[in-house]
Design a binder for this molecule. Structure first.
Ligand SMILES: Nc1ncnc2c1ncn2[C@@H]1O[C@H](COP(=O)(O)OP(=O)(O)OP(=O)(O)O)[C@@H](O)[C@H]1O
Ligand SMILES: [Mg+2]
Length: 267
């Protein structure tokens, strides 16, 4: 199963992606977590030690590799191989988190200048395509805020698009844009997750706002001070407060996704 987690900046994508990755791994699935976020926080949420975290270089910053794979022999500046060879990269650069959980930090893709397809973009885009269409593990991708760089072929490989929103107009507006784009790109299972919810009134308002979106409010995660406390301690939320209200909610989400996985694959 290939799961993409998207949404506006700061809504909780990394918390959800990382915790789900840990829960799948705890339940004996082989998991590859993909960090496509500029902030590179997924390693923290997965519970990787700080010393190891500090040594991680995202693929998007590996200048030599990018040059080797994307530059065309004899091509002048601005001439790139837009379909570079990438199949060996995930296994070379993935980081082992535990027995059946691994992390690959792609880094974010810079917004292309008008007409410019930067080499980093070509490599990351091809890598995403390769990962989503070729890997056998449970794949959980922590996407950068927008999905502008998701191609149709890659999107078709995504079994589940989880769009995370917080109770704010801006976040809901971007969620709708992401939902429309995901649909246009051919993703079938698109679900909204409301995070940082404080009261029922917020849920009612979100439900009203999305009534004509044709995507369900699939799950609700409460606002939880323990998440901030975990962050201050530098400990992954799932290790710091495994029985807190948000973690319990994430566990319910995980079990619901297992059921959904059966529906999608085992029919
Ligand atoms: N349910 C919650 N309760 C309280 N705080 C939360 C909750 N979910 C996330 N947070 C806090 O909100 C902030 C953003 O969370 P997170 O990094 O997971 O979001 P993100 O969408 O990945 O952000 P970015 O776009 O910057 O990568 C963090 O400080 C996190 O601790
Ligand atoms: Mg993030």
């Amino acid at each position: 199963m290939k799961i993409a987690v998207s949404g506006k900046g700061g809504v909780g994508k990394t918390l959800i992606a990382g915790t789900l990755a840990r829960l799948f791994a705890q339940n004996d699935y082989n998991v590859l977590a993909i960090d496509n976020d500029s902030a590179m926080n997924l390693s923290y949420t997965l519970g990787i030690d700080k010393e190891i975290r500090n040594t991680i270089t995202p693929i998007s910053k590996m200048k030599e590799l990018i040059k080797e794979r994307v530059t065309m022999e004899g091509g002048g500046s601005g001439v790139y191989n837009i379909n570079p060879q990438v199949a060996d990269i995930p296994d070379r650069f993935k980081i082992k988190v535990s027995d059946n959980l691994e992390l690959l930090v792609l880094g974010s893709i810079e917004e292309p200048q008008s007409g410019c397809l930067c080499p980093e973009n070509a490599l990351i885009r091809t890598l995403l395509h390769n990962l989503i269409t070729k890997r056998d593990e449970i794949l959980i991708v922590d996407f950068e805020a927008g999905l502008e760089h998701l191609g149709r072929g890659t999107a078709k490989g995504i079994d589940l698009m989880l769009i995370v929103t917080e109770p704010s107009q801006k976040s809901l507006e971007l969620s709708l844009k992401i939902a429309k784009l995901s649909k246009k790109l051919g993703i079938i299972n698109i679900y909204l997750i409301a995070n940082k919810i404080i009261n029922n009134n917020q849920i009612s308002i979100i439900n009203q706002r999305i009534s004509d979106w044709k995507i369900p409010l699939y799950h609700i995660i409460p606002y939880d001070e323990e998440i901030g406390n975990a962050d201050l301690q530098g400990t992954a939320p799932i290790d710091y407060a495994p029985n807190s209200k948000s973690l319990n909610s994430l566990k319910t989400l995980f079990y619901n996704l297992l059921e959904l996985k059966k529906e999608i694959f085992d029919l």
